[in-house]
Ligand binder design. Structure first.
Ligand code: PMP
Length: 357
């Protein structure tokens, strides 16, 4: 008996979500924050972790953290749920809604996990391409929603990997017209400064996802949250694993929220650096960057994209090869970092392009 015969065909057919490991000097491939958490905060956290018993479970409901998130978002704490990264919450929402034959509408190219989990649960994914300039095609989306009546619609805004943002009026139209549940993943919210949170008051079919992995420098501790109608949150909480967030991550995220003035300055710095990198990329022949609301930039190249990726890597600079995504066969994505590192990336890219000509 082949043990693989036990595995659902929907899973056997999936391509795994993987990240190839490379040797690098400069890591610009995962949209992480180049600034680590300040040492004083780490020390405070470690002191707390020393005092607290590790043999005891974390709180069943992390009340204090929920309270801090309620203050930060301006949304009732009953309408907030935390996860082991927002990835976990994407899975929980899919478990809540999808079954074999359910339909899911997803604009593409986008973050791959939405399709992966939907497909694993037997749902049928309807992909709607972005426009040629990688902005959202709201007309095509409205039409797809009308034709397919999906159970779930996923948006990433700003969209990873293109950086485009979902127009609020277009989103509101979809929320009004549809009976679907709409998820807007705002993982890069703090960099964009725009949110669809105000729409939550009027539209109970909206869920917003956020993360501490990007602007808040906590990717290593896995903290995300969702904001939704409190009644809906109660249902999602039923499928979430108990104690999904360990005490260490809970406390770290709480400290981070208490100290967000400093983090906000860093976000502003990264946004300024993004503008600098965008300008510099625009000046390189054969390279075309796309405007981004996140902490990353998608750029296309006239040169062979794999060769360019490896030419950068040979000089120590690791960016993300997104050429396997729909529509993006000529594209790479770079994460914005500190000024010196951004300059090194630009310099290295310029050299690689000169060599390719
Ligand atoms: N959503 C989007 C759109 C992302 O780009 C990422 C990070 N790659 C995530 C979610 C993952 O967030 P987390 O680390 O909170 O699981």
């Amino acid at each position: 008996m082949n043990p693989l015969d036990f595995v659902k065909p929907s899973i056997r057919e999936l391509l795994p979500y993987t990240l190839r490991q490379y040797q690098y000097e400069l890591k610009l491939n995962q949209n992480e924050n180049p600034f680590d958490i300040p040492l004083e905060l780490k020390d405070k956290l470690l002191a707390y972790a020393r005092r607290r018993s590790w043999s005891r479970y974390p709180d069943f409901v992390p009340e204090e953290f929920h309270q801090k998130l309620a203050e930060y978002t301006g949304w009732a704490k009953e309408g907030i749920l935390v996860g082991n990264g927002s990835n976990e919450l994407i899975k929980d929402i899919c478990i809540l809604i999808l079954e074999k034959g359910s339909r899911v509408v997803i604009p593409v190219p986008t973050f791959t996990l939405y399709k992966l989990i939907s497909t694993a649960l037997g749902a049928e994914v309807v992909e709607v391409k972005l426009k040629a300039d990688y902005t959202f095609d709201m007309e095509a989306l409205s039409e797809a929603v009308a034709v397919h009546s999906p159970a779930l619609i996923f948006f990433s805004s700003p969209n990873n990997p293109t950086g485009s943002i979902l127009p609020i009026d277009g989103l509101e139209k979809i929320l009004q017209e549809t009976n679907s549940l709409v998820v807007v993943d705002e993982a890069y919210y703090e960099f964009s400064g725009t949110t669809c949170l105000p729409l939550l008051k009027k539209h109970r079919n909206l869920i917003i996802l956020r993360t501490f992995s990007k602007a808040f420098s906590l990717a290593g501790l896995r903290v995300g949250y969702l904001i939704a109608d409190p009644e809906l949150v109660k249902e999602i909480a039923k499928v979430k694993l108990p104690y999904n967030l360990n005490f260490f991550s809970q406390i770290a995220a709480t400290y981070v929220l208490e100290n967000r003035a400093l983090l906000q300055k860093r976000v502003e710095y990264i946004v300024r650096q993004k503008d600098m990198v965008y300008q510099a990329l625009s000046g390189i022949p054969g390279v075309k960057p796309y405007p981004s609301y996140g902490n990353f930039i998608l750029f296309e190249t006239l040169f062979d994209v794999k060769s360019l990726f490896f030419a950068l890597l040979r000089k120590g600079v690791l960016v993300r090869d997104v050429s396997g995504y729909p529509m993006l066969s000529r594209a790479l994505r770079v994460t914005i970092s500190k000024e010196e590192e951004n300059r090194r990336f630009i310099r290295t890219l310029r050299e690689a392009v000169d060599a390719a000509q």
